[in-house]
Structure formats: structure tokens, C-alpha cells
Ligand binder design. Structure first.
Ligand code: GDP
Length: 371
């Protein structure tokens, strides 16, 4: 059973740990996940989803288990990381392991909090900060790609078809990296994705930029982040940007619930920024949710958008993926409308889906697998 994980990166002193602290304050206690290592840099966070509660009302079970995503606070990115400087190598290997990246960029101004680069002005310079980080990631990828190209090249010459295909796509990806673009800008088909997977290219991973604002910038957030958003749209159209005031979120979590509500009202902020961030991250990173109803629990699970039924089965249990036969499937909305599985079956709303079925957000799945 594997969780999907999101790594939080960015230059020093941009607010990564502050965001991470806010996330871990709403994190699931680690003892609920006995199989996971307790690491202070890892936070397991529930994805808020009303449908799970509705499902638990209609199909009462002992437990309702939300789906979780894992956030990692990955420190150590400095200019030169791709050359193995500072914590460079360790940093890069952590980034390789995550499924997606949250890139925190500093918008708040505070002379008492140093910027990463002493030569920089005191003013926040999010465009430049972003570029420093992206450049390091792209340089690291370029090295990986050159290395892989060498190997593929040799094999391709001896007539290895797979190596030939890999070589072709690597050349295209290299072309992107050489002009400073992330690898994810190169469109690749399913086979190419599989060929590239073992390289774990950093700039192939989906990215969500977090514009970390000071509390008093929130009222004008769209104006303040306008130029940044524009740059992202131009240079990296696959990526998304979300505004958040990390320190405010962290401070809010220290308040009692009533105090918090009052405070939010005063700020004219109805929404919980953190929940919005978790949900946006989840969605923008190409993840969605399916449900299972077992004997003891109703449960939400995460898969990538586009994943087929066996991959979803593999989230629940690796044996289910290997022995996958079919999945009895009904959509949450149909189930809710019918009110029970028996009614849904009688109405013919429970379908039998095979291994090519693309799982939809909100599907309830019952896996049949060969032991
Ligand atoms: P990291 O190095 O990216 O993990 O940055 P930290 O989260 O440790 O933050 C660095 C410093 O900036 C800390 O002293 C934070 O309290 C401060 N900080 C974070 N967010 C804000 C903010 O929105 N406004 C201000 N003034 N300071 C902040």
C-alpha cells in the first residue's frame, strides 16, 4: 500500500517549514499509520471530502477512513545543488522520491528574515527565486538525461528497439532542458512515459507554486502575484499557482476554534486556506478519489487521474493488482441516489469493469482478484 507524496521545496527562508508546520498541525496522528516510519519531515494529511461522510451514513461501518497525502519538508536547496553543493545530493534524491512538487515562493517582505542570497535586495523577488530553483532542478535532470542517453545510444546501435525509442524521447526532453524548460513541457505518450519512469526526472513531476504572502498582502493577492502568474503561464503552462499566507495559517491553528472563527471573520476570510491548499494540491497534481466499502470500514483512496482499475486495486493491496480480475463499480452519485447497494444492483447500476477501465472520481469499487 503506497501513499502518494508531495515534496515541499523552495529557497531557504521562504516559509516551507511554516507551511509544513501548519499542515502537520492538521495531520493524522502517526500511530494511525503504524506501517509508516516516523520522520519529523513527513506529515500525513487527510484530504477533506464530504462524500466519505455521506457514504458512511448510508453504509454504516465501524470506521470512516479518509484518504491521505504525504507532505515532505525538503530543505537544502541552494544555488549549486545540482553540482552537489551543500545538501545538494541529498536534497535531489528526496525530490526524486516524491510524486509531485509544491514549490514555495516568497512574497512576504520582512527585513528581519534574510533572503537566500545576501547580494539580493531586501525586497522579495519571486520571479528570480523561482528561476533559481527551476534551474537547479533542470540542470540535475540534464545530467540524468545525458547519462541515460549515453547508455541508450550504445544499446540502440546494437538494434535494441526499446533503447531506440528511449533515445528518441530523451533527445526531445534534452532539447527542452537545454533551453531552460522543464521536461514536463514535452508531450510524451504512454509508452514513452513508461520508458522515462525509471529516471524519475525532477522536472517531469507536476508542480504547484505556492505564493507565500504576508497577512496584509492577502487583500491584494491577485495584483501582487499577477506578474508571477503570468510568467508561470508562459514558461510552465502545466503548473499552477495558489496564494496562501503560511504564517497566518500556522498561527490560526494555535487558536481555539471559536477564536479562529472570529479572527477569520475579522479578516474577511471565510475559507480555511489550508483545506483549500490541500484540495487544490490534490486536484492540480492530477489526483482523484475512489471509495471502497468493506466489512469494517468505508474508505477513500487516492489514484492518479487516468489510472485504470488494476492500478486502483494496487493502492488497496498489491495482490489485488497482480491478481486483478474485475471491479464491481458504481458511482457515488448513483449510490447516494439509490441509498443502498441492494437497490443499486436491482436498478442495474452496478457495472462489472475490466482491466482497461479508467477509474472516475467518486467511483465506488469492489475488487475481484485471484488469490
Ligand atoms: P524555510 O527555510 O523555507 O523553511 O522558511 P521558514 O518557514 O523557516 O521561514 C523562515 C522565516 O520566515 C521564519 O522566521 C518565519 O517565521 C518567517 N515567515 C514565514 N512566513 C512568513 C510571512 O508570511 N511573513 C513574515 N513576516 N515572516 C514569515
Amino acid at each position: 500500500m503506497s501513499r502518494l507524496s508531495i515534496g515541499i521545496v523552495g529557497l531557504p527562508n521562504v516559509g516551507k517549514s511554516t507551511l509544513f508546520q501548519a499542515l502537520t498541525a492538521v495531520a493524522v496522528p502517526a500511530e494511525n499509520y503504524p506501517f509508516c516510519t516516523i520522520d519529523p519531515n513527513v506529515g500525513i494529511v487527510e484530504v477533506p471530502d464530504q462524500r466519505l461522510h455521506r457514504l458512511g451514513d448510508l453504509a454504516p461501518r465501524e470506521r470512516r477512513v479518509p484518504t491521505v497525502i504525504e507532505f515532505l519538508d525538503i530543505a537544502g536547496l541552494v544555488e549549486g545543488a545540482s553540482r552537489g553543493e551543500g545538501l545538494g545530493n541529498r536534497f535531489l534524491s528526496h525530490v526524486r522520491d516524491v510524486d509531485a512538487i509544491v514549490h514555495v515562493v516568497r512574497f512576504f517582505e520582512d527585513p528581519s528574515v534574510a533572503r537566500a542570497d545576501d547580494q539580493l535586495e531586501e525586497e522579495a523577488d519571486p520571479l528570480r527565486d523561482r528561476e533559481i530553483v527551476e534551474t537547479e532542478l533542470a540542470l540535475a535532470d540534464l545530467e540524468t538525461v545525458e547519462h541515460a542517453l549515453d547508455k541508450a545510444d550504445r544499446k540502440a546501435r546494437s538494434g535494441d528497439r526499446q533503447a531506440q525509442a528511449l533515445e528518441t524521447v530523451l533527445r526531445r526532453v534534452r532539447g527542452r532542458l537545454e533551453v531552460g524548460q522543464p521536461a514536463r513541457r514535452e508531450s510524451v505518450d504512454g509508452q514513452e512515459t513508461r520508458l522515462l519512469r525509471s529516471l524519475s526526472l525532477l522536472t517531469m513531476k507536476p508542480v504547484l507554486y505556492v505564493a507565500n504572502l504576508a497577512e496584509d498582502q492577502l487583500a491584494e493577492e491577485k495584483r501582487i502575484t499577477g506578474a508571477f502568474r503570468e510568467m508561470v503561464r508562459r514558461d510552465d503552462p502545466e503548473a499552477e499557482t495558489i496564494e496562501i499566507a503560511a504564517r497566518l495559517e500556522a498561527d490560526l491553528l494555535e487558536l481555539e476554534p471559536e477564536e479562529r472563527a472570529e479572527f477569520l471573520e475579522g479578516l474577511d476570510l471565510a475559507e480555511n486556506g489550508l483545506a483549500r491548499f490541500i484540495q487544490a494540491g490534490y486536484r492540480l497534481l492530477g489526483l482523484h478519489t475512489f471509495f471502497t466499502i468493506g466489512e469494517e470500514e468505508v474508505r477513500a483512496w487516492t489514484v492518479r487521474i487516468g489510472a485504470k482499475a488494476p492500478e486502483a486495486a494496487g493502492r488497496v493491496h498489491t495482490d489485488f493488482e497482480r491478481g486483478f480480475i474485475r471491479a464491481e463499480t458504481i458511482h457515488f452519485a448513483d449510490f447516494e441516489r439509490m441509498g443502498s447497494m441492494r437497490e443499486a444492483r436491482e436498478q442495474g447500476l452496478v457495472r462489472s469493469e475490466g482491466k482497461d477501465y479508467v477509474v472516475q472520481d467518486g467511483d465506488i469499487l469492489f475488487f475481484r482478484a485471484a488469490g
